[in-house]
Write a protein that binds this ligand. Structure first.
Ligand code: NAD
Length: 532
């Protein structure tokens, strides 16, 4: 199987990415001749590392003709793959999981280079990929339908699930490979082909993942060519997936603004959507909370990935009786947390992805100040990296704590940066109302040792999010549960539980094994014998 759509122009041999790409097999797939649809020139895609702000590679963008070819090839592959027994499809995913296990350190480091997340989080992302492969392999022997009671004698009614077609995946920069694997592992065992447009900010990790997939496919044998493809580029290629009639399901992860553009456009052709969009996650800290545990959980949820997770904790709603202690301890953490080169031991907060993200953070802090909020931190930090002093193009910041009396407009928006808004509350009902009074609905937590408070938060009148936790933070979900959120988060569910059903089409079958033809609802429709 080849990937005809990309060609590497330059990865600086001095750069740390170079040996990683060689090891992971990216150079080999890029060295293959371009497909017949390859134009002589398409726009260049420069790849930056946020660690120093430097360009570490220049790729050629996939042309529209190449992308269309890849989608059609995926459709042809689907026509073969859908008839392969699911446990054999699972074997491909199992071997891919083995490739990931063998190369976890290299792929995790590449994720760190491209996204700036600390090494442990880069590795964690690969572990998540391994875990979903394990889940999908089990699933490949458990895809199931149900038998339903029929109102008619001598009839059997059942539900069967069939492969859907080509699944398009659009992914965001902050989980450059895990999001694809959540979709692809399930889509593949369900009998689909997958065409992926990764974030234009993290194409190298995507290429490395694709190279490992190709290795697995070669080992397993019998995998139809084009079953998985990668398209490199930006919005234009995303739109091509949205509009292509060959894409049966589009799973799109990114900002709510992206979802607003994609969803109606997809609906115009009745395309199926699985949307995983922005969050504005909150935690309520009750008087009985274990404050040591709460502080650790809040620190990971708010500071992890430098505040650039969809599930990052952005709002902390603290009971007024413990507010002074909580804010004082948080300030200590925010002042002392190590901001620096994400490859260095001890660093907990790496860089922001780019200048735009830094500007958005500063604008949000300025807006909060103008509403009377008290801001601690938020300033740019000079960092010495392992290579050199990070230049002007790298954006390291001290995370910001923002004390606000109520939810001013900026608090209700998602700013994709390490800003934690802290608000006091008096009654739990008031805290839950504040919690739900935003347009996003991804992840939520309550910290309490009071069983009534915990259950109220999880009940129908509690958190309105897709994820609601007790005594753990908002981020770091396990793959076994369905992942996703409500309202402007898009309503999609990925990963565990029964999320697999979205990657299949459902058929209701009714079988008459008798000699009569009773009609449902008792309808009578008798024709004379011999008539017709
Ligand atoms: P983004 O919206 O800028 O881009 C995401 C992807 O969508 C990219 O691949 C981009 O090329 C593509 N895209 C953008 N506009 C498009 C359009 N009109 N048509 C087709 N494709 C389009 O997001 P980002 O900055 O990469 O990521 C951060 C955002 O993603 C945050 O809002 C974060 O909350 C969200 N996110 C959500 C989840 C989740 O599971 N809910 C997970 C990760 C990130």
């Amino acid at each position: 199987m080849t990937n005809p759509v990309v060609l590497l122009d330059q990865v600086s041999p001095q750069d740390e990415a170079h040996p990683l790409l060689a090891r992971l097999g990216v150079e080999q797939i890029l060295a293959q001749p371009a497909g017949s649809a390859a134009p002589s020139s398409t726009p260049e895609l420069p790849v930056h590392t946020p660690i120093t702000g430097q360009v570490i590679a220049r790729l050629r963008e996939t042309s529209e003709a190449e992308a269309s070819d890849a989608i059609e090839a995926a459709h042809r592959a689907f026509l073969v793959w859908r008839s392969v027994p699911p446990p054999r499809r699972g074997e491909l995913v199992r071997v891919f999981g083995e490739e990931l296990r063998a190369e976890a350190a290299a792929l995790g480091r590449l994720v760190t280079l491209e996204t700036g997340k600390i090494l442990s989080e880069g590795l964690g992302e690969v572990q998540e990929m391994i875990d979903i492969c394990t889940f999908a392999v089990g699933l490949s022997r458990q895809l199931e339908g149900r038998t339903i009671a029929s109102e008619r004698a001598d009839h059997r009614m059942m539900e069967t699930w069939h492969p859907l077609g080509v699944v398009g995946v659009i992914s965001a920069f902050n989980f450059p490979v895990a999001v694809w694997s959540w979709n692809a592992a399930l889509a593949l065992v369900c009998g689909n082909a997958v065409v992926w447009k990764p974030s234009e900010k993290a194409p190298l990790s995507a290429l490395a993942t694709h190279a490992l997939f190709l290795r697995a496919a070669a080992k397993v044998g019998g995998v139809p060519p084009g079953l998985c493809a990668v398209l490199l580029g930006g919005v234009r290629l995303g739109e091509l997936l949205v509009d292509s009639p060959w894409i049966s399901l589009l799973s799109a992860t990114g900002s709510t603004a992206m979802g607003r553009a994609v969803a109606p456009r997809l609906a115009r052709r009745f395309g199926r959507a699985l949307l995983e969009l922005g969050g504005n996650n909150a935690a309520i800290v009750c008087p009985s909370a274990d404050l040591d545990l709460t502080l650790r959980a809040v620190a990971f949820a708010a500071l992890g990935t430098a505040g650039q997770r969809c599930t990052t904790l952005r709002r902390l709603i603290v009971h007024q009786s413990i507010y002074p202690e909580m804010i004082q301890r948080l300030k200590q953490v925010y002042r002392s947390v190590v901001v620096g080169d994400p490859r260095a031991a001890g660093t907990l907060v790496g860089p922001l992805i780019d200048q735009r993200s830094y500007a958005a953070m500063q604008a949000a802090l300025q807006e909060a100040r103008s509403h009377g909020a008290q801001v601690t931190g938020g300033e740019r930090v000079a960092v010495a990296t392992a290579d050199a002093e990070a230049g002007n193009a790298a954006f390291y910041v001290r995370p910001a704590l923002v004390e606000v009396a109520d939810q001013i407009p900026v608090v209700k928006r998602e700013t994709f940066a390490p800003i934690l808004y802290v608000l006091p509350y008096r009654e739990l009902e008031e805290a839950i109302a504040l919690h739900n009074d935003v347009s996003q609905g991804l992840s939520s937590s309550i910290f309490t040792l009071n069983m009534r408070e915990a259950e109220q938060f999880l009940s129908a009148s509690g958190s309105d999010c897709g994820i609601a936790n007790v005594n753990i933070g908002t981020s770091g979900a396990e793959i076994g549960g369905a992942f996703g959120g409500e309202k402007e988060t898009g309503g999609g569910r990925e990963s565990g539980s029964d999320a697999w059903k979205q990657y299949m089409r459902r058929a209701t079958n009714t079988i008459n094994y008798g000699t009569r033809l009773p009609l449902a609802q008792g309808v009578s429709f008798e024709i004379e014998p011999g008539q017709g």
